[in-house]
Write a protein that binds this ligand. Structure first.
Ligand SMILES: CC[C@@H](C(=O)O)C(=O)SCCNC(=O)CCNC(=O)[C@H](O)C(C)(C)COP(=O)(O)OP(=O)(O)OC[C@H]1O[C@@H](n2cnc3c(N)ncnc32)[C@H](O)[C@@H]1OP(=O)(O)O
Ligand SMILES: [Co+2]
Length: 161
């Protein structure tokens, strides 16, 4: 399948490139992978001054077995930081943490305003690999992941608004 030109040669400012996903919305969350979600959330509250943490510190991270992770959200107005801790033997973040034992930024999630399936068809037609079928994500909405090797080294999650 033909790859989008921006995937096979460097982006040149001003050059004519086909448009991206036209109905892409705002950033939904930036996800951080860590071995200890509660400790990471405490850092955002105690050191950086975050006030809206869900679930609040003192409660456990929310287990999402379908995704192989547990989550705590640091809510920052319209956007969120999603703190991810591995859950289960086959967690998709296990390998990332093996390579980055101190943790790090794992993915960005962008809202799709409109049909997720249309967005999927569009990125697939550009040669981007979609990682599995859409699933219900942490906010009860459909989400899907795009391969980081096809997205400039960034793991991208799309969330249907
Ligand atoms: C909480 C629910 C939901 C939500 O609603 O918000 C979530 O966010 S769930 C979050 C966790 N789920 C996922 O990440 C699902 C999608 N991920 C995957 O399918 C895999 O993790 C992966 C992206 C295909 C990576 O596979 P993996 O087996 O873990 O690692 P590899 O070593 O095979 O990776 C291949 C290649 O890609 C590079 N890589 C891996 N992860 C990332 C990343 N997060 N960001 C950038 N690059 C990444 C990795 O370094 C390898 O590159 P090379 O070493 O050059 O081969
Ligand atoms: Co996410």
């Amino acid at each position: 399948m033909a790859r989008h030109p921006s995937l096979v040669r460097p982006f040149v400012a001003g050059a004519s490139v086909p448009p991206g996903i036209s109905h892409l919305g705002s950033i939904n969350h930036i996800a951080i992978a860590t071995k200890n979600a509660v400790a990471a959330a405490a850092f955002y509250r105690d050191v950086l001054g975050a006030t809206d943490i869900s679930p609040p510190l003192g409660k456990s991270a929310v287990a999402l077995p379908d995704h192989g992770v547990s989550t705590i959200f640091v809510n920052l107005g319209e956007t969120k930081i999603e703190i991810l801790e591995p859950l289960g033997a086959k967690s998709p973040i296990a390998q990332f943490l093996a390579k980055n034992p101190a943790g790090g930024i794992h993915h960005i999630c962008i809202n799709v305003e409109g049909e997720l399936d249309a967005a999927i068809r569009r990125v697939v037609s550009s040669g981007v690999r979609v990682l599995g079928e859409p699933k219900i994500g942490a906010h009860g909405k459909r989400v899907v992941f795009l391969h980081p090797k096809d997205c400039g080294g960034v793991l991208i999650e799309l969330e249907e608004c």
